[in-house]
Write a protein that binds this ligand. Structure first.
Ligand code: 2YG
Length: 275
């Protein structure tokens, strides 16, 4: 399974200090806060908060390519911003898991090079960042578009995020088309969705597909996929892919119509997913 590009320190360094601003941007674009978008993604209500306030632990993992400076701090800052009681464990890896559970943390966040998961150790529920990111961005897109029922949406990228996005779009009643540079990836996703009773259209010509769609999910890890000439007054984009796939001159045309961040929506959706 091909994941999104590995984050770098530069991608996450400003997350904690800009959460308030980012949240205000989300409200301007969607009418809803980060907390509301994430809760909407998993069909949960946030008003009045939760009766229980689970303890959350974020565990640094050294395996594979190792620690990304600022990663666990950014994840914890997002969880804290949403009002949860969160700590970063002093120990790393297996020791961090032991420390978290011994300190009665109920929800554990941890990432290696292949997976980024939230685990609720009380219920056994697991949320995967790819799936949660897809769902969270579609939730924001649905709010930005005032509903997606019977609207045509193009998903670019049939990896874990594109898959989560496609499923969420189906749940919102959208008409979904998929493009992936690797046709067999689109076919696999289409087959998987068909087993769940959903039918999607497979696109093989990206330029043509971009000409026919104004609501886009960019879940691929390439730059300059969506060009200025593809953007109209109706274009709305949810872009979880890193780096951003929208041409720089195109971004200027989309001040209130482009959702894009390195971690916030995905992490926020993961925690509501496992509550
Ligand atoms: O604990 C650490 O600091 C590291 N072991 C974290 C490694 C994370 C690697 N994964 C990624 O960079 C991304 N695929 C995460 C995706 C988040 C963006 N949606």
């Amino acid at each position: 399974m091909i994941g999104l590009t590995r984050l770098k320190e530069d991608d996450v360094v400003e997350i904690a200090s800009t959460l308030e601003e980012y949240n205000a941007d989300l409200v301007r674009m969607t009418g809803c806060s980060l907390r509301e978008i994430a809760a909407h993604a998993v069909g949960k209500v946030v008003s009045g908060g939760y009766v229980q306030n689970p303890k959350v632990a974020v565990i640094p993992m050294t395996c594979g390519q190792g620690i990304i400076k600022g990663f666990v701090e950014s994840v914890a800052s997002i969880i804290d911003y949403l009002g949860f009681d969160v700590v970063i464990t002093n120990s790393r890896d297996a020791g961090g898991v032991a420390e978290a559970v011994q300190n009665s943390s109920e929800i554990l966040f941890m990432a290696d090079d292949d997976r980024f998961v939230a685990v609720n150790v009380r219920t056994g529920k697991v949320s995967d960042n790819g799936d949660a990111t897809g769902k969270g961005y579609v939730s924001g897109l649905e709010l930005m578009c005032h509903g997606l029922m019977r609207k045509k949406v193009l998903v670019i990228g049939a990896g874990p995020v594109g898959t989560g996005a496609a499923l969420a779009l189906m749940h919102f009643g959208a008409e979904v088309s998929i493009y992936d540079i690797d046709l067999s990836a689109s076919q696999r996703l289409s087959g998987r969705l068909l087993k769940q009773g959903y039918s999607v259209k497979i696109e093989t010509d990206l330029d043509g597909a971009l000409g026919r769609h104004s609501i886009l999910v960019d879940a691929c890890p390439a730059e300059d996929v969506i060009l200025l000439r593809h953007i109209t007054g109706d274009t709305r984009i949810a872009a979880p892919g890193i780096p951003l796939g929208v041409q720089a001159t195109g971004v200027e045309q989309l001040p209130k119509r482009l959702l894009h961040d390195p971690l916030q929506i995905g992490v926020a959706t993961m925690i509501f997913d496992v509550l």
